[in-house]
Write a protein that binds this ligand. Sequence first.
Ligand SMILES: Cc1ncc(COP(=O)(O)O)c(C=O)c1O
Length: 433
Amino acid sequence: MFDLAKGFTNFNHGSFGAVAKKVKARQNELHLLAEARPDRWFRETIYTLSKESRTRVASMIEASVDDVVLVENASTAINAILRGRLQKGDKVLRFSNTYNMCIETFKWLGVEQVVVDINFPVVDDKTLIDDFSKAMEANPDIKLCLFCHIASFPTIIEPVEAFTAIAKSVNKDCIVLIDGAHAPGQLNLNMEELSDLGVDYYTGNLHKWCYTPKGCAFMWTADRSGNKDYEGLAPTVISSTGMTSYADRFAYVILLYYCSSFLFLLFVMSLPRFPRRLTIIPITQLIINRHKTRTCYAYRYTGTRDYTAFCAIPAALDFCNELGGHSTIFKRNHDLIIAGAKICVERWGTFMLCPEASYGVMADIVLPSNDYEKVLKVVKRLEDDDDTYFLAKEYTVGGETRIISRISANLYLELSDFTTLAEKVLQYLEDAA
Ligand SMILES: Cc1ncc(COP(=O)(O)O)c(C=O)c1O
């Protein structure tokens, strides 16, 4: 089903994903199409196909298509949002396990970071919510809160709905950005509901758990942010097509029309018992739609580059549907990671960093050694001798530095692979002693 090398056992789908063979075949077709007639491809086809892709993504995440743009990865979206909305000296709030790209961007921007520690092992969401609430109350002047829907390392599904409600109740103007890099394909996403709670921006990668080619993600902007702050959301690359859409140009003509008819409308509205909303709505709608159109316009072309990953999104979503849909795939992989992690924990005499319900299809397990150099030798030996890869990193757990393995489940793994991993790690640690 995948293009992973024959014999390679990958326990780290979480970092870079894997494209499905069928989806890669569609991308190859698109590459040929692009090369066969470059002008038609760049002037017409990419717009038609990526609009179809945006429509499919919008439907998957319960969003309006005009609020969704395609970007190469979560880093691109988060950079556009942070750089567009923050200034030096602003105060932001994040958790201690925030993905490093976000931390580096905060540093580069020169913002003040309020960090809420997540103490592992985590018992339940309550402590996280209480700690966040205290931090928010102590810092009501926070300009932006960054939450991770499924954190990378240590991994945990975060109660972003509860966090958002607290953030907005303390400071309704605080911007809420959710880094959902791992969420599409794992969690049921509903932007309408998140928007109602007050979430302003959401980004999710499709190249991790939706099996698209690499370089494929979306950025969603809540309607209100899109309108108010469009200028701050310019893509990092402003292309030759610019930021002024055809809709913009026509809007001026239409605005002229509205201006000239405004006096007439005022007159009509002043008539007794005139339904006022009928007159106000078209004017407001015109302005709203103009901004939405501009956002989509600015992001749809970012220079000469490979757009085939975006255009292959429908093939990837079809692939998932053929396998029963995201929920079915998720259930299979979630059950596998929990069963696999339990095997490792048992064999290694250690523990997981979170309760089962806080895991999607990745889990963190403490390794049975505190010697990082030795563990790195084991990782290397597994790679060289067994064509197997798993991720191991140091992290503070219960006040002590421990070595953690983040393992991922996916369609190409079976439970027996986890048994083999558990045994080999033990054996290689012993050999390295
Ligand atoms: C939580 C989280 N956020 C953001 C990213 C960045 O994703 P990308 O490298 O696709 O931009 C990652 C990557 O693994 C991640 O785990």
